[in-house]
Design a binder for this molecule. Structure first.
Ligand code: ITT
Length: 222
């Protein structure tokens, strides 16, 4: 009897796990570059979906004043609308000489939401007179995991570096052509996705997410 119950429990657990392993991770983002990086870094552990797979997703007003507040708003709003595990990423660039700006306002810094060229032009203008030794900056990322409208956990990652005086490279997105991580002279856009993913704020936050998902048997090991 004991043996049978154990077998049934084992079978139920295996079935629950295989359901979980087949479940996609839904990224609460309209930024296809974020999705691409997260998909690359998850490396086949699970399928990845985003706003492009859900045409009727609501716009989430990012009214928070911290990365955590905005990531929580995105994760909770979207997870209340779709079934499954939702991951939101709120991220940005913090420049010491600008007292932490653009920070949570990174996406619209140049005057138009999501206009990366305008953002980079404004950043170069603002730092025009700032010498190389005072151009320290960091990318920051907060990820929130939510289900059924409730946040379950959050994870942070950062990468230190500096702002270059001219843009370089065609990889990545956003401020990548102007950001050189510590230890490198080239920008993230020049270094390419393998190096960027290994060092980046997003890579560091996602590594913690992956550990959490693996501990809960919510993704498979590649
Ligand atoms: P979602 O809110 O839909 O996810 P978004 O791009 O608006 O997309 P955020 O509100 O988190 O996302 O703003 C992030 C901005 O910070 C992004 O638009 C870039 O300007 C900058 N940024 C964040 N991560 C970056 C990275 O890895 N490389 C370059 N710029 C980055």
């Amino acid at each position: 009897m004991e043996f049978c119950l154990k077998n049934v429990r084992q079978k139920n657990r295996t079935m629950a796990e295989s359901r979980a392993l087949n479940a996609p991770l839904i990224i609460a983002t309209r930024n296809p570059h974020k999705t691409m990086e997260i998909r690359q870094m998850l490396g086949g552990r699970c399928a990845v979906l985003d706003a492009s797979d859900f045409p009727d997703w609501p716009e989430v007003a990012e009214t928070g004043t911290t990365f955590l507040e905005n990531a929580t708003l995105k994760a909770e709003t979207i997870s209340a609308r779709v079934s499954g595990l939702v991951l939101a990423d709120d991220s940005g660039l913090m420049v010491d000489a600008l007292h932490g700006a653009p920070g949570v306002y990174s996406s619209g810094y140049g005057g138009q939401e999501g206009n990366h060229a305008m953002n980079n032009q404004k950043l170069l203008r603002e730092l025009h007179d700032v010498p190389a030794e005072n151009r320290a900056a960091r990318f920051v990322c907060t990820m929130v995991i939510a289900r059924e409208g409730k946040s379950l956990a959050h994870f942070c990652g950062e990468v230190e570096g500096r702002i270059l005086s001219t843009a370089g490279g065609a990889g990545g997105f956003g401020y990548d052509p102007l950001f050189a991580p510590t230890g490198y002279d080239q920008s993230f856009a020049e270094l390419g996705s393998k190096v960027k993913n290994a060092l980046s704020h997003r890579g560091r936050a996602l590594a913690k997410v992956i550990t959490w998902l693996e501990q809960k048997s919510l993704v498979s090991t590649p």
